[in-house]
Every structure is written in structure tokens, then in C-alpha cells.
Design a protein around this ligand. Structure first.
Ligand code: SF4
Length: 391
């Protein structure tokens, strides 16, 4: 099922370009889904340049673009690599696109030189940290098996001392569900303003989530975080609850394809997210497809920036196979899910790894990341309205 760009309105525009500077990671988390994290391959600057140039040539670069360095630990590469890479992206895209670079880092390699670099270039920094050491060190260990929490705290202190803003992303496991207050307090004490709560998803080589069978505890965990966040006056914002608030209060914008409007969800919109692997292979839809291998979809690559453009790849067989599944998955969601107008069809990578199919609908992922946060916020709003009515 190929797709002509003319079939989509508004015309596709890339919001997020994920560049895998290297698949290598210096630590060894137990829930990691990246199969290539032992590989020390590094993206060539020519590949960085081609990835950005193709966006401009294909008319996919709008007025703003986030370039996220991810899918491995980005700070294992030297600062000089990023100096060159940021220059190459700027040169390829010109001044019409405002580019924000972002890194998602385990923060264990942060030093003064990194802080100065990150600040100088206004890089958005996301730190992967699971809260207090008792939760974090259960899973986030070094390649020598030692805990990493102390090194992460040190990195975060340095970032703060240099005035580098950061947000955090935590992986919520079954153990976290029993400790919402300790979790919340740790982030407040660490001076973090926003935390994203991913859960240990079933993905790639990580085949079983500890949240399975514990969804009511997860709902209680979210309710408690909502109470604490509201009571703190927004001192710590929980990303999923903030996103749920905007979904409850306003409908998602829409895009048009195949004679109907669809709610805006970048993970199912061709080319809204593009991921480029260290060797130049690129894919679209969920960024977590990068580096995976699948009996039906191979490496999930739909092209390579050295051989063809992104739009041209939409005419290829690799894209056609993926799009047929992703589109059927959107249709399945649209037919049967009460949350569809607020979600737009979820996350293809989670559908595939949880159900074995892209053309499926509900998953543990969407119940955890969309439905339960939505319900928690909606119930909170309804309680407030009821209390207001009684006053
Ligand atoms: S919440 Fe789940 S089932 Fe509903 S639209 Fe989203 S992905 Fe589909």
C-alpha cells in the first residue's frame, strides 16, 4: 500500500528527526530494548548532512524542527562530533528552519565541558533516571553490574550548577507503583520540573512488562501523582497527566487522508517522525523501530539517506508493508475505541511487540500511557466540578 504525499493534507511535515549518532550505550539497563547497544558504529558527518538536506529537498522542513540524538547513549561520542554535526544540520537546512537539538542521556558522562557545550547550543536535555536509588539501581546498572544512581545524581548536579535546564524520563516498573510519594519527592528534591513516566514496555528484546496484571495499582499510582502535582502548585509536572489535561480540554487537531479526518498522532502519520540510523538507514512511525529486526518487516528501514529521499521511499515496498499495517491499526482503533479522538491510533511499535500485529488496537501501552492518565485527569476534573457545585 504505497502513499502519495498529495493524498495527505496538510502536506506532511517532519516534526522530529531522531539521529542515532551511535547505537552504543555505556551502561546496561535490564529493561533496555536496543539490540545494537554493543556496537560502536558512529554516524558520519556526511550522513548527518544528508539526513538534514533530504528534509529540505523534500519540502519536509517547516519553520521548526527538533533533532533528537537518541537510540544509544549520545554522550559516548565526543563533543567535537556534535560541534560538527550541529554545523552540518544548520548548513543543510539554512535559516528558514529553527532547529532545536535534544539529547536523551543517562547523565553518567556529564562533566563541565559537556555542560558548557549543552548550554552554548541551547540543547534540550532529557535525563533518564528512575527516581530514588532504591528504584533506579534495580535496573539501571553499569556494564560492570554496579549501580549508576550516584553518577546520574552527580551529572544532574553539574547540569544545574551550569544553568542547563533539564527534564527527566523515568521508567515505571511494578516496584515504582508502591512508592508514588518517594518517587515524587525525589524529583522535587532534585530540582526537576517535568518528569515523563514511561513504563517498562514490551519491546524488542524486552519481552515482558512488569506492569502486566498490575493495572489497577498503576491507576492508583497515577491518581496519587496527580494529587501531589496539583498540591505542589505545578512544581513537578508529570508529562502524561499534563498531556491528558490538554486532551481532555481540547480535541486533537486533525489531518486528512483517504476521504476522512484523522486525529493528529505523529506516530501514525507518514514522515512526521523520521529516524535515521548510524549507517543512514531511515524509517518513520515509532522511533523505537530503529535497530530492531523482524521476520516480516526486516530492519524497519524504508530507505537510506545516501541513496534516496524520504518522499521517494514512500513508493517503495518496505514502506508499503508498514503503512498497510499502521493504517489498518488506525482503522481498528477508529472502529472500536472510545478514546480514539484523543489518541489517534496509539503507537505502532507497541502494537506489534504486544500483539504480534500492526493492525491491532488496544495494548497495555495505550492503556498505561493514554487511557489511564486520561481517566485520572477526567475524574479529577469531575470531582472539582462536583465540589464547585456544592459550594
Ligand atoms: S487508546 Fe489504544 S485502542 Fe484507543 S485509539 Fe489509542 S491506541 Fe487505539
Amino acid at each position: 500500500m504505497s502513499l502519495a504525499v498529495a493524498d495527505v493534507t496538510p502536506a506532511p511535515q517532519t516534526r522530529l528527526l531522531v539521529l542515532q549518532g551511535t547505537p552504543f550505550c555505556n551502561i546496561d539497563c535490564s529493561y533496555c530494548y536496543l539490540p545494537g547497544r554493543n556496537s560502536k558504529a558512529r554516524m558520519a558527518i556526511d550522513t548527518v548532512r544528508a539526513a538534514a538536506r533530504r528534509l529540505r529537498e523534500d519540502g519536509l522542513a517547516g519553520s521548526e524542527l527538533t533533532v533528537c540524538w537518541h537510540a544509544g547513549e549520545p554522550l559516548v561520542l565526543p563533543i567535537a562530533f556534535y560541534e560538527d554535526a550541529i554545523g552540518a544540520v544548520a548548513e543543510a537546512l539554512g535559516t528558514a528552519t529553527l532547529v532545536t537539538h535534544a539529547v536523551q542521556t543517562n547523565a553518567t558522562l556529564i562533566d563541565d565541558a559537556w555542560c558548557r557545550f549543552l548550554r552554548r547550543h541551547g540543547v534540550s536535555v532529557g535525563v533518564s533516571v528512575d527516581g530514588p536509588a532504591s528504584l533506579h539501581d534495580r535496573h539501571r546498572r553499569g556494564r560492570d553490574g554496579r549501580p549508576t544512581h550516584a553518577a546520574v545524581e552527580r551529572g544532574m548536579r553539574l547540569l544545574r550548577a551550569h544553568g542547563v535546564p533539564l527534564h527527566a524520563i523515568a521508567v515505571v516498573t511494578r516496584a515504582t507503583l508502591a512508592a508514588p510519594d518517594a518517587f515524587f519527592d525525589w524529583f522535587v528534591d532534585a530540582g526537576v520540573h517535568e518528569v515523563g513516566c514511561n513504563f517498562d514496555e514490551t519491546e524488542g528484546r524486552h519481552r515482558r512488562s512488569s506492569l502486566g496484571g498490575h493495572e489497577e495499582e498503576h491507576a492508583a499510582f497515577l491518581r496519587r501523582l496527580l494529587e501531589r502535582s496539583l498540591a505542589s502548585g505545578g512544581r513537578l509536572v508529570v508529562r502524561e497527566l499534563a498531556a491528558a489535561w490538554s486532551r481532555v480540554s481540547a480535541a486533537l487537531p486533525s489531518w486528512h487522508h483517504a476521504g476522512r479526518d484523522w486525529p493528529d498522532n505523529a506516530q501514525v502519520m507518514p514522515l512526521a517522525l523520521i529516524t535515521v540510523a548510524a549507517n543512514g538507514d531511515f524509517g518513520t512511525f515509532s522511533p523505537e523501530f530503529i535497530g530492531q529486526q523482524h521476520p516480516r518487516f526486516g530492519s524497519f528501514a524504508i530507505g537510506n539517506v545516501h541513496h534516496q529521499g524520504y518522499r521517494e521511499a514512500l513508493r517503495g515496498e518496505a514502506f508499503a508493508r508498514l503503512w498497510a499495517g499502521v493504517y489498518a491499526g488506525m482503522q481498528a482503533c477508529a472502529r472500536g475505541c472510545a478514546y480514539f479522538a484523543h489518541c489517534g491510533g496509539g503507537s505502532p511499535v507497541n502494537k506489534l511487540y504486544e500483539t504480534g500485529r500492526l493492525d491491532s488496537a488496544e495494548t497495555l501501552y495505550c492503556r498505561s500511557m493514554l487511557q489511564r492518565p486520561f481517566d485520572a485527569v477526567l475524574a479529577g476534573v469531575e470531582r472539582e466540578l462536583a465540589a464547585e457545585a456544592l459550594r
